[in-house]
Ligand binder design. Sequence first.
Ligand SMILES: Cc1ncc(COP(=O)(O)O)c(C=O)c1O
Length: 428
Amino acid sequence: MSPVASDQYQESKRLHDASSRYLAGGVSTAFRMFERPVPLVCESAEGSSWTDVDGNRYIDFVCGYGPVILGHSDPEVCEAAGRAAASVQQVGGQHREELELAELLCQHVPCFEMVRISLSGSEAVHGAIRLARGVTGRSLVVKFAGHYHGWLDGAFTGIAHPPPGLPESAGQPHEAIAGVVVVNWNEPEAIKDLFARAGDRIAAVIMEPLPCNQGVLFPEGGYLELVRELTESAGAILIFDEVITGFRIGLGGAQERFGVIPDLTVVAKAMGNGFPVSALGGRAELMEAIATNTVVHAGTYNGGGVSVAASLATLKRLSEDVGVHERMVGLGGRLMAGLEQAAANHGLSLVTAGPGPVFFAWFSQEPVRSFEDHLNADGAMYARFAEAMLARGVRIIPAGRWYLTTAHDEDDVDRALEAADDALAGLS
Ligand SMILES: Cc1ncc(COP(=O)(O)O)c(C=O)c1O
């Protein structure tokens, strides 16, 4: 795959300039601003393929930043959503499929006994934290450096900045995160020490049980068990944020994979193959506080017909397609090994980590095992790599994360590796 000429992004550039006049930054969410040479404007996306307004076609590993798991515009999911749009689009009342979806969620996610359905990961996290504080009557929330739990004030800290937690954004009140303690991930002594000092004041520990945002960082053996034990004996709530890992690394997410069951879980992204849907759920005894409205959980669009139908269609497909996750694990594994080898062939050190359906790649001399390692990797070089891949017809996230779908095949992997070989030759 040879690179396309730089004027091949002409129409995207024109539209980005024009929309920057009316749309702040020319985008609708901060993360899309970082695509280079320009945030691309999509004409259409189908399966594993993504076509921009200049007619350039890419193999897409951005996958909507994680939600797309069956491929773009999956016909079955879109058909289910279309049917719901024509009948129960926004009825301001319950509808049958909500029950079916809630049952399916409780069947697949080990910690779910009762759920509430909403639209985005951030708001479901917000609900989980409010619920934990509501049922414990405590205020401290522990999160981990580098773990991302959405952009809302109460959990938006300890992401870009190393601990101690600072607001991540101007306008975010210090008070919103005054009750949030940021601890280093995978360091048993740090969390033990915190519980020894303040265990009776901790409402919740929230974590990405397999962090994927700032590198994919596997938990060290025994670490999740330790946090489970500490929270349980202190009467604190353990919240798993499985917004990325839920349904993506397996139907039961990271909790099933690692065999550690939290009290509450948040799922989103892959749950709806790109339609906006999320869920907060957990032990019935805790969810009872929401059921009685002691802890308020609300949202005009929650449980809307289209999102629920799309989610049901997605989860049914994932649960009926035997071996679906193993296939993504296989393709992801080939990609990870192939990228490392291609870099080595050009005298570069690229390392990867992840379960396969999602993984991370970095330019680093050493394996990346911690948030600090992640921060020390060569991000600028990776951004150049992403741009070089784009020019060769492969769209990846400039920060380093890759997503796969069931629509990707061996040919996509071959072509991506061929593009990587060529892109890396230009970087070495
Ligand atoms: C682990 C995690 N939690 C929460 C969120 C926030 O979800 P949303 O962007 O749907 O609000 C994200 C988004 O990327 C995420 O990765």
